[in-house]
Design a protein around this ligand. Sequence first.
Ligand SMILES: [Zn+2]
Length: 406
Amino acid sequence: MPRTAPRTTAHTALWRPLALALMAGLSLGALSAAPAQAQGQGQTQGADTTRDLLQALSNAPGPSGFEEPVRAIMVKAFKPYGKVSYDGMGSVIVENGTSGPKVMLDAHMDELGGETRRITADGFVTMQMLGGWLDEALPGQRWIIIGSKGPVQAVSVIRDIHVIPPEERGKPFNRENLFLDVGAKSAADAAALGLEAGDPVVPDSQFVEMTGGGRYMGKAWDDRVGCAVVIEALKRLAKEGHPNRLFVAATTQEEIGLRGAQTASNVILPDIGIAIEGGMAGDQPGTHPDESNSKLGGGPDLFIYDVSALPNRKFTAMIRQTAKEIGVPVQLDLVSGYGDDSAMMQKAGGGAPTMNIGVPVRYMHVHSGIMDRKDFDETVDLVVAVIKRLDAKTVASLRDFTPPGE
Ligand SMILES: [Zn+2]
């Protein structure tokens, strides 16, 4: 919980049940109907456990520092496969396998969100953003504030077209003008809703399967899609076997500086690491060709450049070869304004080869992103196949920088 005083016991005690209720779609009026209306392609609700997992993870509220509802899902999923432990920042770690090199498989639990800052005299609420929001994504959106008395619905204030002079139209929104309207008539009214400084705020956006099927729209695919990948990969690897000590980590506070990944990596001290992320699909109208190479539905993204990390080149080649052999298409992406947890894994201890693999997502840091189920399944297949090959000899060769002939 960055930049705030410790919460009271009452608040903390309330946070989890409320958030879990939200996660299950049990509240908040009309929006709670969305999951039930979601259309499956030949699938009925509940028949596809992977889809259900993705839905639960997307709907779970968990901005940076307030990851409890996501942590609850991760711990439940991890427990059958090994000893679950925590780092001092709240990241969850499960270990499966007793011998061989230490392989770290990572996804982050937190999502873009905010914290309430203050209540204005007329009962509006200002917000400190958590994570990399574009100002233009902020006005006119629905949000949920988790106050001490329960969830509070809010909409971010937007000026109406009927009153904006023509010369002011089209001007970018500035976050200094961001206010949340909670329907209160006064400051006292807002305070009576149980709001105070530091309450977590999340986008109000429920999971739906898109009408044509196979593509899922929801909030927080960055990085709940990664959380689902590591769960599904762990399940398969535990069943099928792997020649290593696998540490699966679900980290905290990635969106505000890879903080949980730093501490989790220092606990695990991996010999090699893979981060799973929301990848950067760049195939929607209006994007520049050099923003991203990746397409939704084009297969897992291998991040060969981002601003936080360069992957190990031998490991990259090994992953590409594995993908080729199992028939999974991969996309090679370079993204100029993007950081990921592999940056911390690769710098822990004496350093480790790493790769960040993304499941392509359109519209990552906004209320509604889109992911493709095929990309998800292929990413799980690839991660499982790669980790099965990471035996002691292979990892030693990937970690070997000796020049030829030396
Ligand atoms: Zn992310």
